[in-house]
Design a protein around this ligand. Sequence first.
Ligand code: AGV
Ligand code: CA
Length: 318
Amino acid sequence: CNGPKKPLILDHDGNYDDILVLLALLKSQHVDLQAVLITPADCELDPAVEVTGRVLAMLNRTVPVVPGQFPERYNPFPKVWRELASEMQQVADIYLQESEIHRPSEAAHEWLESYLGNASEKTDFLLTGPATNLNWALRQRPHLASKVGRVFWMAGAVEVDGNVRDSDEPGKVQWSDGSAEWNAYWDPLATRELLELNLDLWLVPLDATNAVPVHKDFIQRLNPRHQVPRVAQQIWAQSKFQKSNAIYYMWDTLTAGLYLKPSLATWRSMHLEGHTEGRRQGRIARAHRGAARGTVRVASETDVPAFTEFLLSIFNEA
Ligand code: AGV
Ligand code: CA
């Protein structure tokens, strides 16, 4: 897609692939990044803000970095995963210069309300963590939905198993039967409410991301002679060979790739709803027929080789 750059807000939650998404968007020619909102979900907030600021500084960008707040009720991510942002900060300490971060004093959802209120055109959203901030802003001021363009969200598991497991943090994940995906599970109410907002929502659930585990050959093809692909290579290597031995997928980078090039996947229209109670909380499921819900586009089959080449071309392009 050529033509004018599109305004975009990234809302991420500081894990490895969230930061990789930021790197990819900054290298893409087609995105005009307005702000980075940070949801304190799969990260510790301050290291996530710091790494984000350094990545922006590396590419000479002054974009607001706006920390979000915790919802009243949420299901915490495992501690070992939340600590990965500080591991990345150690990488940042070696490779990237310290940065002056432009950090507004309002919370992310309040910042977003005034941003959308002042916006003259629509802004797209890429959510690679829970949907708390966008949902809060639009609950507060529903008319601002007219300022929201396409929303791409990595969340949910529709026709496959979820990824919330008791083994993620033994003894702590007591509320899930394993049917939910983590981004949808962290703030189940925001998940339900966002699906009811009738947005132009493009969902990238585990149904699609299960096809893209991180592979060694992909990491090897990043060009270490340039700074951006070198930093990306470091982060991807950490993700693949992390201590916990969990399989790391290209959950968020697939979502960013599909935002930039939707034709890399096939999309199905579905009526979806989010569960908020009991052990199915956070599960995104097909809604009953006739339910008054907006239709959502759901990524189903990705052309994986084409996606891989596309992502490599973004990182390795001079
Ligand atoms: O459920 C996928 C989401 C993505 O946004 N996150 C990681 C990605 O950023 C949660 C998650 C699931 N399994 C994980 C996760 C793991 N093994 N390590 C860290 N985070
Ligand atoms: Ca994420």
